[in-house]
Design a protein around this ligand. Structure first.
Ligand code: NAD
Ligand code: DAU
Length: 351
C-alpha cells in the first residue's frame, strides 16, 4: 500500500462518505476507519465497501490515550483525517462534558500520538482536522465567514470544536506538526442521522408527525451536499497547503422555514399526497438556547486555489435525499426504534 490513512468517525454521517470516496478512489491506500460506534456511528453506512481489501475497521475511543497510542504502533500511519466528534448542538446543550471529552481531549490524544510517531520525520505526513463554520459564531443579515473571521462560538458544541481547532494550530506552531483544517457549513444527504433537521423532518412527514421548527424558523443555514464535502476533503488532503485553513460551503443559504416548505412540497409529490398536506404538520416550538441566526460560508479560497465547487443544486440534492430515505426505510427504522426514540421523546416533550 502506498499510504495508510486513519479516518476517525468513519462510521458517522460525513465520515462514511469520506471513507467510501477514499476506499473506492485510492485502491493503493489502506483506509483505517477508527470509530467508537456511539449512537451516531453505524457500520450499516459502509456495507457496500466493508469487504474491500484496502479497508479495515477498528472500534475504539479517541479519548482512551492507550488505545490511541496502540493504534499508531499497529499501523504505519501516513495521515489522519479526523472527523470523530459529538456533533449535535442540542445534545451539547443538554450534556456539554461529552463534547469536551471527545472533541477536545480526543483531538489532543490524536495530536500527541501523531507527534510522538512522526516527530523524527514529518515528510509526507498530514493531520487533517475537520471542523465547522459554527466556530465563527453568528452572522447578521449581511456578510460571509472567511478564513480570517474571528472565532466566536456560542454553543457548547461549537466551543468544543473551536477549542480543538486551536489545539491543532498550536501543535503546528509549537511542534511544526503538519496540519490542515477545514471549516464546513451544514451537510445534507444519505446516512444523515435523524436528529438533524432535514432527516428528522423527512421521517416525521413520512409518519404524519409534527415537524418541530425552532422559534420562527427564520434562522439561516448554508447547505452542502455531503458528497461535495467529501470531494473537498479529498482535494484539501492531497493539495491543501500545510498550516492553512479552508472554508467549505454550498453558496446555498436557506431560512429553515423555507427549506421545510420545499421539503413538504417534495414529500407531497413523492408520497402522492394532495399539495399542502405535509405543510400542515409544521409546528413552531420553543427556540434553541443561544440559537445562531445565520451561517454563510465564503468558499472562494477553496475554489480559487484548489478548483473545488459544489456539484448539485439544492432542489436536486434535496429530492435525491428524500428518494434515498424513502428507499432505505430499514436503515431509518433500525435507528428510530432504538435508544434514539428515548432521546427524541425527551428532547421534544416540552417544546
Ligand atoms: P456524526 O455524529 O454523524 O458522526 C460522528 C462519528 O464519530 C460517529 O461515527 C461516532 O461513533 C464517532 N465518535 C464519536 N465519539 C467518538 C469517540 N470518542 N471516539 C471515536 N469515535 C467517536 O457526525 P458528522 O455529522 O458526520 O460530523 C463529522 C465531523 O464533521 C464532526 O467533526 C463535525 O464537527 C464536522 N462537521 C459536521 C457538519 C455537519 O453538517 N454534519 C458540518 C461541518 C463539520
Ligand atoms: O454548520 C455546521 C453544523 O451544522 C455542524 O457543525 C453540526 O455538526 C451540524 O449538526 C449542523 O448544526 P445545526 O445546528 O445547524 O444543524 P441542525 O440540523 O441541528 O439544525 C439546523 C437548523 O434547524 C438550526 O437552525 C436549528 C433548526 N432546527 C433543528 C432541529 C433538530 C429546528 O428548527 N428544528 C429541529 O427539530
Amino acid at each position: 500500500m502506498k499510504k495508510t490513512i486513519i479516518i476517525t468517525g468513519g462510521a458517522g454521517f460525513i465520515g462514511s462518505h469520506v471513507v467510501r470516496l477514499f476506499v473506492n478512489k485510492y485502491p493503493d491506500y489502506l483506509i483505517v476507519n477508527l470509530d467508537k460506534l456511539t449512537y451516531a456511528g453505524n457500520l450499516a453506512n459502509l456495507k457496500d465497501i466493508e469487504e474491500k481489501d484496502n479497508y479495515t475497521f477498528v472500534k475504539g475511543d479517541i479519548v482512551d490515550t492507550t488505545f490511541v497510542q496502540n493504534i499508531f504502533d499497529e499501523f504505519a500511519v501516513d495521515g489522519v483525517i479526523h472527523l470523530a466528534a459529538e456533533s449535535h448542538v442540542d445534545r451539547s446543550i443538554a450534556n456539554p462534558i461529552e463534547f469536551v471529552m471527545t472533541n477536545v481531549v480526543g483531538t489532543v490524544n490524536l495530536l500527541n500520538a501523531t507527534r510522538t510517531k512522526w516527530k523524527d520525520n514529518y515528510k509526507d505526513k498530514l493531520f487533517y482536522h475537520i471542523s465547522t463554520d459554527e466556530v465563527y459564531g453568528a452572522l447578521g443579515n449581511e456578510g460571509f465567514f472567511t478564513e480570517e473571521t474571528k472565532y466566536d462560538p456560542h454553543s457548547p458544541y461549537s466551543a468544543s470544536k473551536a477549542s480543538s481547532d486551536h489545539f491543532v494550530r498550536a501543535y503546528h506552531d509549537t511542534y511544526k506538526l503538519p496540519v490542515v483544517i477545514s471549516n464546513c457549513s451544514n451537510n445534507y444527504g444519505p446516512y444523515h442521522f435523524p436528529e438533524k433537521l432535514i432527516p428528522l423532518a423527512i421521517n416525521n412527514i413520512k409518519n404524519n408527525k409534527p415537524i418541530p421548527v425552532y422559534g420562527k424558523g427564520e434562522n439561516v443555514r448554508d447547505w452542502l451536499w455531503v458528497e461535495d464535502h467529501a470531494r473537498a476533503i479529498d482535494a484539501i488532503y492531497h493539495n491543501g497547503k500545510i498550516g492553512d485553513t479552508y472554508n467549505i460551503g454550498g453558496f446555498n443559504e436557506w431560512k429553515n422555514i423555507d427549506l421545510i416548505k420545499l421539503l413538504c412540497k417534495i414529500m407531497d409529490e413523492k408520497l402522492h399526497r394532495d399539495p399542502g398536506t405535509s405543510e400542515k404538520l409544521i409546528a413552531y416550538v420553543t427556540d434553541r438556547a443561544g440559537h445562531d441566526l445565520r451561517y454563510a460560508i465564503d468558499a472562494s479560497k477553496l475554489n480559487t486555489e484548489l478548483g473545488w465547487q459544489p456539484s448539485l443544486q439544492f432542489e436536486e440534492g434535496l429530492e435525491k435525499t428524500v428518494d434515498w430515505y424513502l428507499a432505505n426505510e430499514e436503515w431509518l427504522n433500525n435507528i428510530t426504534s432504538g435508544s434514539y426514540k428515548k432521546y427524541y421523546e425527551e428532547q421534544y416533550e416540552n417544546r
